[in-house]
Design a protein around this ligand. Structure first.
Ligand SMILES: C[S@@+](CC[C@H](N)C(=O)[O-])C[C@H]1O[C@@H](n2cnc3c(N)ncnc32)[C@H](O)[C@@H]1O
Length: 545
């Protein structure tokens, strides 16, 4: 399974921006850009420090520290020049196929549509629960199963929350037909499943719907039986689900270690559960809903801000007492800059200035579009400020910093891809010896038919990675992001695609490098630069002669 780099955040952002809800939300929200700009002016000194290019000394220290922690130990991040900025260089020879970098995300999210399909650890993105649970979740998302009261998806009867069930899953009686909503934001604590006979989904034709109806109650009765296990299911064991310690039931984890790491890093401030440390938890759902309805990337920006605040608090807890208010202010700024360091290193531009114009926007309307994007960011920030604002770290909540954080994702993010055990399972069954295969298929066939090609859908998300994000583009790359069979989590994995010599720059391709020069140039213009790689320089020279 290949992962591309960087995620075309352009297409991802524009495809997830829902313009209807943007307008509705904008009318509803009172936040004005003018208010935010006045706020920014009052904190201009600290904002400038946050957005300043880090010194070569700070850069060297930061990337050396990562190497000493085992992240990219055989790579060096170095400044190249004004046009290229920094780049990543090999500190040893790499053979073709060798792993050049394996790196955990600094921040990352699973895409909203992928959540409906794959239950993964919110921190490391590995699949959780059991194969049966994953299959049940997929069938549920497609309307083949519906939630029942009294059990959760793991088949336990504890932890049921009927209110939650009613809130998330509208189940109506319509004559003989039972209709259920898909699980757009379903909490796993409140769901068991039983057969959902019919539902005409918005994304399917009458014919497809009729075909699905033909899959009788009996076809699926086996999978609604929580005690039933899939044949050969134990070949694909998954870690047991660890619930969020804050009690939100929205984020799931594969281990106590992941639950703890997420809590410490950002989740304690973004958790909607009863033990959340969020200063204004009641408004958190409003912020999350706005991000769901407009642009997923705001969830990621909230993670950055929560992460910086969490680090500041840790630094505070070991800081020495100060005597004056002025000393306290200076100390807070020092802590803020220290906590912000990983994000200070990222290449950035303002989001509303750098986002490529979507194809459906008339170029004559470009200014209107960019203003809309700025208002959208301002509205998202307005909600986040109501949830998390802390005077000590006020500059972190400036519109300018927020715009640069989202712009950083736009320019650097890598798509996160994790292969699904459900796909592996069906392939495994298909490759069994004849008799065993026939026996197993008696059980698996209806589910496979119901899922169609979706049986192979996998976990998708987006993340920002400290070292991988420093890799420049080349139309003749020597490395690529690639998930091997054993890479079963959300880490970025970069492989050498030819021999890379010590001292050589490690480059990847952000686009299809086999396209002709003009198309490459057009695509890279969407990433905001004119390619300076040797292939482009040669092709350009050749086109002039
Ligand atoms: C993902 S970042 C790569 C790291 C970046 N050079 C830095 O300083 O952090 C992408 C940015 O690097 C620069 N860049 C990457 N590849 C380039 C290339 N082939 N030619 C010119 N600029 C490039 C562009 O400014 C681009 O927006």
């Amino acid at each position: 399974m290949e992962i591309s780099q960087p995620t075309s955040i352009l297409s991802q952002s524009s495809s997830t921006i829902n313009t209807t809800s943007i307008h509705a939300s904008m009318e509803h929200l009172q936040t004005t850009i003018r208010d935010m700009e006045a706020f920014d002016a009052a904190h201009a000194d600290v904002i400038q420090m946050l957005l300043a290019t880090p010194s070569p000394h700070a850069m060297k220290r930061y990337y050396n520290q990562l190497a000493s922690e085992g992240i990219g130990p055989w790579l060096k991040v170095q400044y190249i020049g004004q046009t290229m900025g920094k780049g990543v260089f090999a500190a040893k020879d790499f053979d073709e196929g060798e792993v050049v970098l394996r790196e955990p995300k600094l921040v990352g999210i699973q895409n909203a549509h992928s959540k409906e399909d794959s239950l993964v650890c919110s921190f490391c993105f590995c699949y959780v629960g059991s194969l049966e649970l994953q299959l049940r979740w997929k069938l549920f998302a497609r309307g083949h199963l519906r939630p029942i009261r009294g059990t959760n998806l793991q088949g336990d009867s504890q932890g049921t929350d009927n209110q939650c069930l009613e809130q998330h899953a509208r189940v109506e009686s319509d004559g003989d037909e039972r209709i259920c909503d898909p699980p757009s934001s379903v909490s796993t604590s409140c769901l068991g499943t039983e057969i959902c006979n019919y539902k005409c989904r918005s994304d399917e034709s009458e014919e497809q719907s009729a075909k699905r109806r033909a899959l009788s109650f009996e076809s699926f009765s086996w999978i609604s039986d929580d005690a039933l296990r899939l044949p050969f299911g134990d070949v694909f064991p998954l870690p047991h689900i660890v619930e969020c310690r804050g009690g939100c039931h929205e984020d799931l984890f594969c281990s106590e270690a992941c639950a703890e790491a997420a809590w410490e890093a950002y989740h304690c401030l973004l958790c909607t559960g009863s033990k959340s440390l969020c200063p204004n938890k009641s408004l958190l759902s409003e912020f999350k809903q706005f991000a769901d309805e407009t642009n997923d990337i705001f969830h990621l920006a909230a993670q950055v801000i929560a992460n910086v605040i969490c680090k500041c608090r840790k630094l505070e807890s070991v800081a020495t007492e100060v005597k004056s208010e002025e000393d306290a202010k200076a100390r807070n700024t020092r802590m803020l800059l220290e906590a912000w360091e990983p994000f200070a290193m990222g290449h950035k531009r303002l989001w509303w200035e750098s986002i490529a114009l979507p194809e459906d926007v008339d170029p004559a309307e470009e200014d209107v579009f960019r203003n809309q994007m700025k208002e959208l960011a301002a509205n998202s920030l307005g909600l986040l400020k109501k949830v998390l604002f802390m005077e000590e770290y006020a500059a972190l909540f400036s519109l300018e910093v927020y715009g640069y954080i989202i712009g950083m994702f736009e320019l650097n993010n890598l798509e996160i891809v994790v292969a699904s055990p459900v796909e592996d399972y069906f392939i495994y069954i298909d490759e069994l010896p004849h008799d065993a295969k026939c026996e197993a298929k008696k059980i698996t066939k209806p589910a496979l038919e119901a899922l169609g090609e979706d049986y192979a859908s996998y976990c998708q998300g987006t993340g920002f990675f400290a070292i991988q994000s420093c890799m420049n583009h080349s139309c003749e790359p020597n490395a690529k992001a690639f998930k091997r069979d054993e890479d079963r989590d959300g880490q970025a994995v970069l492989l050498a695609i030819r021999k890379i010599e010590e001292g050589e720059e490690v480059t990847i391709s952000y686009i299809d490098e086999h396209l002709p020069l003009e198309e490459r140039q057009l695509m890279l213009a969407d990433y905001g630069f004119a390619c300076q790689c040797s292939k482009c320089l040669q092709d350009r020279e050749a086109s002039l002669n």
